[in-house]
Design a protein around this ligand. Structure first.
Ligand SMILES: Nc1ncnc2c1ncn2[C@@H]1O[C@H](COP(=O)(O)OP(=O)(O)OP(=O)(O)O)[C@@H](O)[C@H]1O
Length: 357
């Protein structure tokens, strides 16, 4: 089956991703001064960062750094204590931001501007076009793969039924909507290499396939931003590599912006355009992967050293660079990436296939 990409291939596709810094020039999601408190615990502390349109942006940090809390705020599961989160469907959405914010409404569809902190989770998904997956798999195990992807398109089918009994009476608009929903589901089953199992119950799939089915289900909601919470958790190296390919396709072929929480540094460093690092709810580093991975503050955070010891880590990283002479930054980078990978593996203490929370 060959279907057109869901949205035009972005102009950036095929260009050297390393040279693009979309988060500085074309922002799809802006997080401004986000704070989330649980009683006395500050899980996210005055956090600001931008997600570039058409980028893969990774949110990393040690366990408990606040990454999932940021996702829960962005997708409406938590109402943030303070801060603003802006979804911009078009680059011009920011033009009247301050005036629009004063108006007190939740979103301005004509401007492509969505103030996510004001919107309930259903609206964020359906209108804001932000989709997500969870740390723990949340499929309908007794339903087939195809049915799982049809359920994800419930909103579109309700519209196609004219908000009536159109489905039961077989209205032409409903039949057309249903055909489109099946086509879209098949498209994503093919993209995720699951088409041969379309009629099997989701619970019968191996773990790695269930992870990909979750991504397929999120894509069936036709998002503009896809938030993935540890999609590589529990995957073997071959499955991780397939996941990298899939996420690149989602970015390059579909033009979807991806926001990723991930502990697997091989995934993060290989596919990210932009990395934001949290520690104790605060941003400690923000930039291209090659800059972030050799940032002493990041290495120190993963080592769990105190603030006053960061200088010592910085000196050590600098000394290694000097010892290897000029032009050896790559060597240090590779070592730093390896260090991060090891430290991050050490910091993941939970069972990735477990319930999480
Ligand atoms: N609903 C909640 N009630 C109280 N505390 C919470 C709640 N959700 C998260 N926290 C706390 O907020 C802090 C940040 O948690 P969060 O899950 O966001 O971290 P994380 O970076 O995603 O961690 P991990 O990598 O382990 O998933 C932790 O101290 C956590 O215990």
């Amino acid at each position: 089956m060959s279907l057109q990409p869901l949205s035009p291939t972005p102009a950036s596709a095929g260009a050297s991703r390393q040279t693009l810094r979309n988060w500085e020039t074309d922002v799809v999601v802006r997080v401004e001064h986000l704070t989330m408190r649980f009683g006395g615990l500050v899980a996210v502390d005055n956090l600001s960062f931008d997600v570039g349109r058409g980028d893969i942006t990774s949110l990393i940090g040690p366990n408990g750094a606040g990454k999932t809390t940021v996702f829960n705020c962005l997708t409406g599961f938590y109402k943030p204590t303070e801060g603003r989160m802006i979804m911009a469907h078009t680059p011009s959405a920011f033009a009247n931001l301050e005036a629009r914010t004063q108006e007190g409404r939740r979103y301005f569809a004509d401007d492509g501007l969505y103030l996510l902190e004001r919107m309930p989770d259903m609206e964020i998904a359906a209108i804001g076009k932000v989709a997500r997956t969870f740390q723990n798999i949340r499929l309908f195990g007794g339903m087939t793969l195809l049915e799982n992807l049809m359920v994800a398109q419930h909103n579109a089918l309700i519209v196609a039924s004219g908000y009536t009994f159109g489905g039961i009476f077989g209205l032409p608009s409903y039949r057309k909507g249903e055909r489109e929903a099946i086509d879209l589901a098949k498209y994503w089953l093919e993209k995720t290499n699951l088409i041969d199992r379309a009629d099997d119950p989701a619970a019968d799939l191996p773990y790695g396939d269930q992870r990909r089915l979750e991504i397929a289900r999120a894509m069936c909601t036709r998002p503009k931003v896809l938030c993935l919470d540890e999609p590589a958790a529990g995957l073997n190296p071959k499955e991780s590599s397939e996941l990298n390919t899939l996420l690149r396709q989602i970015r390059d072929d579909e033009g979807i912006s991806v926001l990723l929480i991930e502990h697997d540094m091989s995934v993060v460093m290989e596919i990210s355009d932009h990395v934001v690092v949290l520690d104790y709810g605060r941003k400690i580093s923000d930039g291209a992967p090659q800059d972030v991975r050799s940032d002493p503050k990041v290495i120190a955070a993963y080592l769990g050293v105190d603030d006053e010891e960061v200088d010592a880590v910085e000196a050590e990283v600098g000394q290694e660079t000097a010892e290897r002479g000029g032009g050896h930054v790559q060597v240090v980078d590779a070592e730093a990436a390896q260090t991060l990978q090891e430290l991050s593996a050490r910091s993941v203490s939970k069972d990735p296939k477990g319930d999480g929370r």
